[in-house]
Ligand binder design. Structure first.
Ligand code: FAD
Length: 279
């Protein structure tokens, strides 16, 4: 039996009323497991602004804690100030502060270049009002010049006032442990929460992992490839692999876990139960 640690849940804002309806059911189901908070992603450049806010509003109205993601690429100081006022009005206490990626066709990068500038701005505007989460990349951000420059960028976010970090997902626990060790050696005490991606479809996971720089180890890749389109075997193997990863992380002392649910309840729910994390 592993140590019981807190966990959080991530949603993206659905594009259709049917998707919004389905998400309400998913949220209700996952809420019974007792997550610390639900975070809601934000399309860079503001493309999901209203939908993100709607999902966040509904989570707060249900008496749960919501953490909107907020990306700064393409934004102005005035637009971020408006967001902070809206968050305040809804009762938000936690923000996931990101740079985001400039959407194709959008030329104006706006008034912020990197996430550390957003963190600094939020702190200057609102002091300690919000818990600020930032992104961390144990396997290095794909656009970084080097692992060291990415580490320096992470440190800047902490120095700007980040409270805690959530990592990009990974399947190599050593990458996470090495990253945390480097952070601690640098004298940084910020909690580094591993982001956990349950595996529903290997093809989709492989495509997405290439763009975000997450490695799928060869032994896993070959095993998944061998299943072809046998969805049950993919699901069963994926659950076993991710459960083992989470058990290693918990045994290694992680403070909590953040589940990338892709708006599906089943796999996250099963993982939380297997790990004994349900409240
Ligand atoms: P930054 O920390 O600013 O880093 C971006 C790149 O610039 C890195 O390569 C870094 O090494 C480099 N860099 C940073 N600062 C400096 C500097 N001062 N000088 C030189 N180089 C620098 N994307 C979304 O669009 N919406 C979301 O809701 C969303 N949620 C996410 C949640 C999590 C937990 C994670 C891990 C990622 C999320 N992303 C999201 C993806 C994220 O927006 C992208 O990975 C984006 O490319 C980088 O954002 P960042 O905040 O990590 O940027």
């Amino acid at each position: 039996m592993s140590r019981r640690i807190p966990f959080s849940i991530e949603f993206f804002p659905p594009a259709t009323p049917e998707g919004m309806d389905k998400l309400r059911g998913v949220r209700e189901q996952l809420a019974t497991l007792g997550p610390e908070f639900f975070s809601v992603t934000y399309g860079a450049g503001g493309s999901t602004r209203d939908r993100t806010l709607q999902v966040v509003r509904e989570i707060c109205a249900a008496g749960l804690d919501a953490a909107p993601h907020l990306s700064c690429i393409g934004a102005t100081q005035a637009s971020i100030r408006d967001h902070l006022a809206e968050f305040r009005e809804i009762g938000v206490k936690r923000i996931v502060a990101l740079r985001g990626d400039l959407p194709s066709g959008m030329a104006d990068p706006g008034e912020f270049r990197y996430a550390n500038e957003l963190v600094e701005f939020i702190r200057a505007e609102s002091g300690k009002e919000f818990v600020i989460e930032v992104a961390a990349y144990p396997e290095t951000h794909p656009q970084a010049r080097s692992a060291d420059s990415d580490f320096a960028a992470f440190r800047k976010k902490v120095e700007a006032g980040a409270s805690s970090a959530i990592t990009q997902y990974f399947y190599n626990a050593d990458a996470y442990f090495y990253f945390v060790e480097s952070v601690r050696r640098a004298g940084i005490e910020t909690p580094i929460v591993p982001g956990i991606m349950p595996i529903a479809s290997f093809i989709k996971l492989a495509r997405f992992s290439e763009s975000c720089g997450a490695e799928i180890p060869q032994w896993m890749r070959r095993k998944f490839e061998g299943f072809g389109d046998d969805a049950d075997s993919i699901r069963a193997f994926g659950l076993d692999v991710v459960t083992t990863l989470c058990e290693r992380l918990i045994a290694g002392g992680v403070p909590s876990m953040h589940f990338y649910t892709l708006n599906q309840a089943a796999l996250t729910s099963e993982l939380v139960k297997r790990l004994g994390l349900a409240q």
